[in-house]
Design a protein around this ligand. Structure first.
Ligand code: SIN
Length: 285
Protein backbone atom coordinates (compact mmCIF):
# COMPACT_ATOMS: atom_id res chain seq x y z
CA UNK A 1 0.00 0.00 0.00
CA UNK A 2 1.93 3.09 -1.14
CA UNK A 3 1.66 6.12 1.14
CA UNK A 4 2.92 9.64 1.16
CA UNK A 5 5.18 10.76 3.99
CA UNK A 6 5.12 14.55 4.34
CA UNK A 7 8.28 15.97 5.99
CA UNK A 8 7.90 17.81 9.30
CA UNK A 9 11.07 19.85 8.83
CA UNK A 10 14.12 20.06 6.57
CA UNK A 11 16.12 17.82 8.89
CA UNK A 12 13.94 14.93 10.07
CA UNK A 13 10.46 13.68 10.76
CA UNK A 14 7.44 12.99 8.58
CA UNK A 15 3.71 12.58 8.97
CA UNK A 16 1.42 10.18 7.16
CA UNK A 17 -2.35 10.53 6.74
CA UNK A 18 -4.92 8.08 5.48
CA UNK A 19 -3.15 4.90 6.57
CA UNK A 20 -4.50 2.43 9.12
CA UNK A 21 -1.38 0.90 10.66
CA UNK A 22 -3.33 -2.12 11.93
CA UNK A 23 -4.11 -3.21 8.39
CA UNK A 24 -0.74 -2.60 6.73
CA UNK A 25 0.21 -5.57 4.55
CA UNK A 26 3.86 -6.65 4.23
CA UNK A 27 4.57 -4.17 1.44
CA UNK A 28 2.98 -1.36 3.45
CA UNK A 29 4.97 -2.33 6.53
CA UNK A 30 8.21 -2.39 4.48
CA UNK A 31 7.36 1.14 3.38
CA UNK A 32 6.78 2.23 6.98
CA UNK A 33 10.15 0.72 7.90
CA UNK A 34 11.87 2.54 5.02
CA UNK A 35 10.19 5.80 6.14
CA UNK A 36 11.47 5.28 9.69
CA UNK A 37 15.03 4.83 8.41
CA UNK A 38 14.74 7.88 6.17
CA UNK A 39 12.98 10.33 8.50
CA UNK A 40 13.84 9.03 12.00
CA UNK A 41 10.32 9.73 13.30
CA UNK A 42 7.06 9.02 11.50
CA UNK A 43 3.66 10.13 12.81
CA UNK A 44 0.64 8.18 11.57
CA UNK A 45 -2.43 10.38 12.06
CA UNK A 46 -5.95 9.27 12.89
CA UNK A 47 -5.35 5.79 14.33
CA UNK A 48 -8.06 3.91 16.24
CA UNK A 49 -6.25 1.08 17.98
CA UNK A 50 -7.32 -1.07 20.86
CA UNK A 51 -4.47 -2.34 23.08
CA UNK A 52 -4.26 -5.68 21.18
CA UNK A 53 -3.97 -3.97 17.81
CA UNK A 54 -1.45 -1.46 19.18
CA UNK A 55 0.71 -4.21 20.67
CA UNK A 56 0.44 -6.31 17.52
CA UNK A 57 1.67 -3.37 15.41
CA UNK A 58 4.55 -2.71 17.86
CA UNK A 59 5.61 -6.38 17.67
CA UNK A 60 6.06 -6.11 13.90
CA UNK A 61 9.12 -3.92 14.64
CA UNK A 62 10.76 -6.44 16.99
CA UNK A 63 10.55 -7.83 20.51
CA UNK A 64 9.13 -5.57 23.21
CA UNK A 65 11.61 -3.84 25.51
CA UNK A 66 10.33 -3.74 29.09
CA UNK A 67 11.48 -0.66 30.98
CA UNK A 68 13.76 -1.74 33.85
CA UNK A 69 12.48 0.88 36.31
CA UNK A 70 8.96 1.87 35.22
CA UNK A 71 5.87 -0.28 35.64
CA UNK A 72 3.52 -0.75 32.69
CA UNK A 73 -0.25 -1.16 32.84
CA UNK A 74 -1.41 -3.95 35.18
CA UNK A 75 -2.98 -5.99 32.40
CA UNK A 76 -0.47 -4.90 29.69
CA UNK A 77 3.02 -4.56 31.17
CA UNK A 78 4.34 -3.74 27.67
CA UNK A 79 2.39 -0.47 27.59
CA UNK A 80 3.51 2.42 29.79
CA UNK A 81 0.83 5.03 30.19
CA UNK A 82 2.30 8.52 30.45
CA UNK A 83 -0.22 10.69 32.26
CA UNK A 84 0.21 14.34 33.16
CA UNK A 85 -2.77 15.63 35.14
CA UNK A 86 -3.99 19.18 34.62
CA UNK A 87 -2.81 20.34 38.07
CA UNK A 88 0.59 18.60 38.05
CA UNK A 89 3.38 21.15 37.56
CA UNK A 90 6.08 18.62 36.66
CA UNK A 91 6.33 16.85 33.35
CA UNK A 92 7.70 13.56 32.14
CA UNK A 93 10.47 13.24 29.57
CA UNK A 94 10.62 17.05 29.34
CA UNK A 95 14.38 17.04 28.76
CA UNK A 96 16.47 15.87 25.78
CA UNK A 97 17.18 12.14 25.84
CA UNK A 98 17.24 8.92 23.85
CA UNK A 99 15.03 6.23 25.31
CA UNK A 100 16.70 3.86 27.72
CA UNK A 101 20.26 4.96 26.99
CA UNK A 102 20.86 4.02 30.64
CA UNK A 103 20.55 0.32 29.72
CA UNK A 104 23.21 -1.82 28.03
CA UNK A 105 20.94 -2.57 25.08
CA UNK A 106 18.76 0.52 24.70
CA UNK A 107 15.40 0.47 22.97
CA UNK A 108 15.74 0.47 19.19
CA UNK A 109 12.46 2.30 18.65
CA UNK A 110 9.65 3.89 20.61
CA UNK A 111 5.98 3.98 19.71
CA UNK A 112 3.89 6.70 21.33
CA UNK A 113 0.11 6.79 20.89
CA UNK A 114 -1.76 9.97 21.80
CA UNK A 115 -4.97 9.24 23.73
CA UNK A 116 -5.74 12.69 25.18
CA UNK A 117 -3.91 15.86 24.21
CA UNK A 118 -4.02 19.52 25.27
CA UNK A 119 -5.80 21.96 22.94
CA UNK A 120 -2.36 23.48 22.33
CA UNK A 121 1.05 22.52 23.71
CA UNK A 122 2.54 19.20 24.77
CA UNK A 123 4.37 18.80 21.47
CA UNK A 124 7.43 16.56 21.22
CA UNK A 125 10.72 17.86 19.80
CA UNK A 126 13.18 15.60 17.98
CA UNK A 127 16.86 16.20 17.12
CA UNK A 128 18.68 14.52 14.25
CA UNK A 129 21.93 13.05 15.62
CA UNK A 130 23.26 12.07 12.18
CA UNK A 131 23.15 15.73 11.20
CA UNK A 132 24.81 17.00 14.37
CA UNK A 133 27.58 14.41 13.99
CA UNK A 134 28.10 15.29 10.32
CA UNK A 135 28.41 19.00 11.21
CA UNK A 136 31.29 18.46 13.67
CA UNK A 137 34.83 19.44 12.65
CA UNK A 138 37.22 16.60 11.77
CA UNK A 139 39.11 17.28 15.02
CA UNK A 140 35.97 16.97 17.15
CA UNK A 141 34.86 13.86 15.23
CA UNK A 142 38.23 12.22 15.99
CA UNK A 143 37.98 13.16 19.69
CA UNK A 144 34.33 12.07 19.96
CA UNK A 145 35.08 8.72 18.30
CA UNK A 146 37.29 7.74 21.26
CA UNK A 147 34.86 8.70 24.03
CA UNK A 148 32.37 6.51 25.83
CA UNK A 149 29.56 7.86 27.99
CA UNK A 150 28.52 6.77 31.49
CA UNK A 151 24.72 6.66 31.70
CA UNK A 152 22.57 6.21 34.78
CA UNK A 153 18.82 6.31 35.41
CA UNK A 154 17.73 8.75 38.10
CA UNK A 155 14.84 7.18 39.99
CA UNK A 156 14.34 10.39 41.97
CA UNK A 157 14.34 12.93 39.14
CA UNK A 158 11.47 15.42 39.26
CA UNK A 159 8.63 13.90 37.30
CA UNK A 160 4.86 14.06 37.39
CA UNK A 161 3.23 12.44 40.41
CA UNK A 162 1.61 9.64 38.37
CA UNK A 163 4.92 8.78 36.69
CA UNK A 164 6.83 8.85 39.98
CA UNK A 165 4.32 6.28 41.28
CA UNK A 166 5.31 3.95 38.44
CA UNK A 167 9.02 3.90 39.38
CA UNK A 168 9.86 0.47 40.81
CA UNK A 169 12.32 -0.41 43.60
CA UNK A 170 13.13 3.21 44.42
CA UNK A 171 15.69 2.20 47.06
CA UNK A 172 17.70 -0.04 44.75
CA UNK A 173 20.38 1.92 42.86
CA UNK A 174 20.29 1.72 39.07
CA UNK A 175 23.25 0.12 37.25
CA UNK A 176 25.26 2.36 34.91
CA UNK A 177 25.56 1.59 31.18
CA UNK A 178 28.44 2.67 28.92
CA UNK A 179 28.01 3.60 25.26
CA UNK A 180 30.17 5.01 22.48
CA UNK A 181 29.60 8.75 22.00
CA UNK A 182 29.59 8.07 18.25
CA UNK A 183 27.56 5.00 17.41
CA UNK A 184 27.03 3.42 14.04
CA UNK A 185 23.45 2.77 13.05
CA UNK A 186 23.15 -1.00 12.56
CA UNK A 187 20.82 -0.73 9.55
CA UNK A 188 22.03 2.35 7.66
CA UNK A 189 25.72 2.19 8.63
CA UNK A 190 25.64 5.96 9.33
CA UNK A 191 27.47 7.42 12.34
CA UNK A 192 25.42 9.43 14.85
CA UNK A 193 26.14 11.17 18.12
CA UNK A 194 24.63 9.11 20.93
CA UNK A 195 23.83 10.91 24.17
CA UNK A 196 21.12 12.20 26.47
CA UNK A 197 21.19 15.24 28.73
CA UNK A 198 22.89 15.11 32.13
CA UNK A 199 19.92 13.39 33.79
CA UNK A 200 21.11 10.20 32.06
CA UNK A 201 24.49 10.88 30.45
CA UNK A 202 26.48 11.90 33.51
CA UNK A 203 30.10 11.88 32.32
CA UNK A 204 32.62 10.26 30.02
CA UNK A 205 34.17 6.95 30.99
CA UNK A 206 37.44 7.52 32.84
CA UNK A 207 36.67 11.21 33.56
CA UNK A 208 35.00 13.10 36.39
CA UNK A 209 31.66 14.92 35.99
CA UNK A 210 33.49 18.27 36.25
CA UNK A 211 35.83 17.29 33.44
CA UNK A 212 33.05 15.89 31.26
CA UNK A 213 30.29 18.47 31.65
CA UNK A 214 31.76 21.32 29.56
CA UNK A 215 32.02 19.06 26.49
CA UNK A 216 28.70 17.32 27.19
CA UNK A 217 26.98 20.71 27.53
CA UNK A 218 28.54 21.92 24.30
CA UNK A 219 27.48 18.74 22.48
CA UNK A 220 23.90 19.04 23.77
CA UNK A 221 23.70 22.66 22.61
CA UNK A 222 25.14 21.71 19.23
CA UNK A 223 22.91 18.64 18.78
CA UNK A 224 19.73 20.59 19.55
CA UNK A 225 20.37 23.52 17.20
CA UNK A 226 17.03 24.39 15.55
CA UNK A 227 18.20 23.33 12.10
CA UNK A 228 18.70 19.75 13.36
CA UNK A 229 15.21 19.47 14.90
CA UNK A 230 11.55 19.00 14.13
CA UNK A 231 8.44 19.48 16.24
CA UNK A 232 5.55 17.04 16.33
CA UNK A 233 2.16 18.49 17.20
CA UNK A 234 -0.01 15.68 18.50
CA UNK A 235 -3.67 15.05 17.73
CA UNK A 236 -5.68 12.44 19.64
CA UNK A 237 -5.15 9.27 17.58
CA UNK A 238 -1.63 10.13 16.36
CA UNK A 239 0.71 7.16 16.62
CA UNK A 240 4.37 8.07 16.22
CA UNK A 241 7.32 5.74 15.95
CA UNK A 242 10.88 6.96 16.30
CA UNK A 243 14.35 5.48 15.93
CA UNK A 244 16.32 5.95 19.15
CA UNK A 245 19.55 4.97 17.39
CA UNK A 246 19.78 8.33 15.60
CA UNK A 247 17.74 10.94 17.42
CA UNK A 248 16.98 12.53 20.76
CA UNK A 249 13.61 13.85 21.80
CA UNK A 250 11.88 15.77 24.56
CA UNK A 251 8.28 16.46 25.54
CA UNK A 252 7.52 20.18 25.86
CA UNK A 253 5.95 20.89 29.25
CA UNK A 254 3.91 23.97 28.29
CA UNK A 255 0.29 22.94 28.96
CA UNK A 256 -0.28 23.51 32.66
CA UNK A 257 -4.03 23.25 33.40
CA UNK A 258 -4.62 20.62 30.71
CA UNK A 259 -4.36 16.83 30.76
CA UNK A 260 -2.18 14.76 28.44
CA UNK A 261 -2.32 10.95 28.18
CA UNK A 262 0.00 8.95 25.95
CA UNK A 263 0.69 5.22 25.68
CA UNK A 264 4.23 4.14 25.04
CA UNK A 265 5.72 0.86 23.85
CA UNK A 266 9.45 0.42 23.27
CA UNK A 267 11.05 -2.08 20.91
CA UNK A 268 14.18 -4.02 21.87
CA UNK A 269 17.54 -2.92 20.51
CA UNK A 270 20.98 -4.53 20.41
CA UNK A 271 24.35 -3.48 21.84
CA UNK A 272 25.67 -0.09 20.70
CA UNK A 273 28.63 -0.26 18.28
CA UNK A 274 31.08 2.64 18.22
CA UNK A 275 32.52 4.08 15.02
CA UNK A 276 36.05 2.81 15.78
CA UNK A 277 34.74 -0.71 16.49
CA UNK A 278 32.71 -0.65 13.29
CA UNK A 279 35.75 0.49 11.27
CA UNK A 280 38.18 -2.04 12.79
CA UNK A 281 36.71 -5.15 11.11
CA UNK A 282 36.51 -3.25 7.79
CA UNK A 283 40.22 -2.37 8.01
CA UNK A 284 41.16 -5.93 9.01
CA UNK A 285 39.25 -7.43 6.07
C1 SIN B 1 9.00 9.76 26.08
O1 SIN B 1 10.08 10.31 26.02
O2 SIN B 1 8.92 8.56 26.28
C2 SIN B 1 7.70 10.50 25.97
C3 SIN B 1 7.74 11.72 25.11
C4 SIN B 1 6.45 12.47 25.15
O3 SIN B 1 5.62 12.25 26.02
O4 SIN B 1 6.26 13.32 24.27
Amino acid sequence: MPFEAVPLSGSLGAEVRGVDVASLDDAGFAEAHAALLEYGVVAFRGQELDPDAYLAFAKRWGGIHLHPHLKGLDDRPEIIEIVREADDPTGFADHWHTDQSFTKTPAMATLLYAKEVPAAGGDTLFANLYASYDALSDGMKATAAKLRTHNLYNKHAPRSEKMQMRVTEKDKPAEPAYHPLVRVHPETGRPALYLSDSRSTRRFEGMTEEESLPLLDWLMGHATRPEFTCRLRWEAGTLAIWDNRRLMHMAVNDYFGQRRVMQRITVKGGPTVGILDAEAPRQAA
